[in-house]
Design a protein around this ligand. Structure first.
Ligand code: GLY
Ligand code: MN
Ligand code: MN
Length: 423
């Protein structure tokens, strides 16, 4: 990670000095918490890390499965994890010199530093996986696994009549409460992504293609050492601003249009998720400004209501979604004089972490330590106006903390920045 920090210091106005790796002791604590639950359940946990074959063809780069990473911090392909109530086993593939010719040297189970490098107590060759699992099955009543990513897994054959249950209830509640070290990484991802938006604001102009703005943005976070976009950049001008996950990004933008940018990077495995909507020519039209103010009002109303116990879902008690919807539905009208609620066509937000859509059902009451987005929007295709404003927030004991505070959403502040551009 050291070179990444240098890259961030050199190329980006965002300070990277606060970025630290998560310590091996934290991964150990996470596994210890899972093992406590395994003891109660008389179960084993089996997790398969991503392989280069599953993820990592010529087009897309290999990356580790999020739950596996959460419990191990391990990024090399093909690893497996077996947790028992009182022990842990990590399995690594033997070296494959042909693969290594393409993707570099990997830690082998026989390497002397295998235990130190992985931080796991027992590191074995993958060819010992079945036998070890078999032995441990003797005292186990069930196996926990992440079922949806293990469709092809040999678990069923290995575990006989033992029940295989989802590991989600063991791992997801842990992932939903971010540790101080995770918050540092989420803050960094938010800062770098905010810097990407600011760069786009300086670049956006009539006549530019959406992909040029996208390139400017992704360049900022790749220069800062981030490894991926959290999701394909969404850069929609004019009519494209009304398409929720538009990512063709191939239209030329024009004066008088809005430009919706839902773009963020994933840095040290932690994602961000930011949307801003700006006027291409530096000044919102009266109608664009009216719609913008309504979305911002809805977002501010929802954010003001965030506290433990509130929920992201709609049609439930303590619904933040309802607060945003009611605001939108009672402010402004469409061209036929109807309320605007029907143009808010998606959820209000979601958890963010190792995944941009991190585990956390919207119906679940929020608790301190959750990190979420609040992202209301109004999309009016018949007017070619789409506005979404999306920020990332930490839920605190009494309210929330805005992790994306470095990027203004106030329309006057945005116009001021746009109009201070030297052209
Ligand atoms: N960028 C995807 C989302 O906002 O959920
Ligand atoms: Mn989002
Ligand atoms: Mn988004």
């Amino acid at each position: 990670m050291f070179p990444r920090i240098w890259a961030a210091l050199i190329f980006c106005s965002v300070s990277a000095s606060a970025v630290e790796n998560i310590q091996p002791s934290e991964y150990r604590q996470r596994r210890a918490k899972v093992r406590e639950q395994l003891a109660k359940e008389k179960g084993l946990l089996v997790l398969f890390g991503s392989t280069e074959d599953e993820r990592g063809d010529l087009r897309s780069r290999y990356f580790q499965e999020a739950n596996f990473y959460y419990l191990t911090g391990w990024t090399e392909p093909g690893a497996r994890l077996l947790l028992t109530p009182d022990d842990e086993f990590f399995f690594l593939p033997a070296r494959n010199e042909i693969k290594e010719r393409y993707t570099g040297r990997k830690l082998a189970p026989s390497d002397k530093n295998a235990v130190d490098a992985t931080g796991l107590a027992n590191v074995l060759n993958t060819n010992k996986f079945e036998l070890t699992l078999f032995n441990k099955l003797e005292t186990a009543e069930k196996i926990f696994a992440i079922l949806n990513i293990n469709k092809q897994s040999p678990l069923r054959r290995l575990t006989g009549t033992r029940a295989i249950e989802s590991a989600a209830p063991l791992i997801f509640p842990l992932r939903q409460i971010k540790s101080p070290a995770e918050l540092t990484l989420l803050q960094h991802a938010a800062d770098v992504s905010a810097a990407a938006h600011k760069a786009a604001w300086l670049r956006a102009a009539s006549g530019l293609f959406e992909y040029q703005v996208s390139a400017t943005m992704t360049n900022v976070y790749f220069e800062a050492g981030c490894e991926r976009s959290s999701y394909p950049p969404i850069v929609g001008s004019g009519p494209n601003s009304t398409i929720l996950h538009y990512n063709k990004n191939d239209r030329r933008m024009d004066s008088g249009e809005v430009l919706l940018m839902d773009v963020a990077g994933e840095c040290s495995m932690y994602a961000s998720d930011i949307t801003r909507t700006i006027p291409v020519n530096g000044k919102f039209s009266a109608r664009q400004r009216e719609i913008y103010d309504i979305v911002l009002g809805a977002q501010r109303a929802a954010i003001a209501a965030i506290k433990p116990g509130m929920r992201l879902a709609k049609e439930v008690e303590n619904s933040l979604h309802k607060i945003a919807f009611d605001y939108i539905n009672t402010h402004g009208k469409n061209l036929k004089g109807e309320p605007l609620g029907k143009y808010f066509t998606h959820g209000l937000g979601h958890h963010v972490g190792l995944d941009v859509h991190d585990p956390g059902p919207p119906i679940q009451p929020l608790v301190a330590g959750n990190v979420i987005t609040i992202e209301p929007g109004i999309y009016i295709p018949e007017e070619g106006i789409g506005v979404r404003i999306e920020d990332v927030l930490l839920v605190t004991a009494t309210g929330s903390k805005l992790l994306t505070a470095s990027l203004p959403s106030d329309p006057d502040a945005i116009e001021q920045i746009l109009n201070a551009r030297k052209r």
